[in-house]
Design a protein around this ligand. Structure first.
Ligand SMILES: [Zn+2]
Ligand SMILES: [Zn+2]
Length: 258
């Protein structure tokens, strides 16, 4: 039985999600997550640096089978003359990359900065860098999307899962995981440290406290994101728009979502 709302977030709510819906890793603070889906959803994605006014955005490749050839990014690379010495390099760089997506409950300890009122994790405020050592921290307990590549999921999280299964018979949704980030960009390394699996006197695993799962404002159970919807292929028209710098709101307008 799941303590979450039966229905997932609506199509338009999922389509209009913002970057705040995604877990962000930073070397400045540790992130604590409870994974909520026992299995991650796989998708093949492109990072489009031009999208979102140059901030970049992920697009799911519309070539949903190996035979399809509608993806504008891969088409453009393949249009490079075959005798161009960079042909192979360009085609390979344009390939979609495997990504994994799950719902998580972000349990990172947060506080409200006494200097600037920002809700922030860490030893120092993320907005004004004020020292937060005397502040009281509580878990954020907000449903977010964790998206990552094979290194985070197939390597790091799979080995955590295996270890915890062997040691405690616990599934990956049974305990919090603390993530510590070192470095940025290509040098970034994320370590995942499983937290204690809690058992009651009958040796049953204690689930998350019920109030952790409620929306702080409405008191209603929080809704999960529909993983199928998140992995929905982008159309070639949408990708063309992203290549020209479009943001998600503009792209949603072409689908009639406001
Ligand atoms: Zn593609
Ligand atoms: Zn501050």
């Amino acid at each position: 039985m799941t303590p979450f709302a039966d229905d997932a977030r609506s199509y338009s709510e999922t389509r209009t999600r913002t970057s705040a819906a995604y877990v962000k890793f930073s070397p400045d603070y540790k992130v604590v997550l409870r994974i909520l889906n026992p299995n991650a959803k796989r998708a093949w994605k492109h990072w489009i640096p031009e999208a979102n006014g140059g901030k970049g955005m992920m697009a799911t490749c519309p070539n949903i089978t190996a035979q399809m050839d509608v993806c504008p990014i891969e088409k453009a690379a393949k249009a490079t003359p075959k005798d161009d010495p960079k042909y192979e390099e360009k085609v390979s760089a344009a390939r979609a990359r495997k990504r994994f997506i799950v719902n998580v409950l972000d349990r990172t300890p947060y506080t409200v900065c006494p200097s600037c009122n920002t809700e922030t994790p860490g030893k120092f405020c993320i907005a004004c860098q004020a020292n937060l050592k005397d502040c009281e921290f509580v878990p954020l307990n907000t449903v977010k999307i964790l998206e990552g590549g094979p290194r985070l999921f197939a390597e790091t999280l799979n080995s955590v899962d295996q270890l915890q299964k062997e040691e405690f018979g616990a599934s990956i949704t049974d305990y919090d995981i603390t993530f510590i980030t070192m470095g940025v960009g290509r040098e970034r390394k994320i370590n995942a440290i499983p937290q204690e699996v809690k058992f009651d006197e009958k040796k049953n695993i204690i689930p998350l406290p019920k109030d952790a799962l409620l929306d702080k404002e409405t008191g209603e159970p929080q809704k999960l994101f529909d993983l199928d919807l998140l992995a929905e292929p982008s159309s070639s028209e949408e990708i063309e728009l992203m290549l020209k710098g479009a943001d998600l709101a503009t792209i949603n307008l072409t689908r009639g979502i406001e």
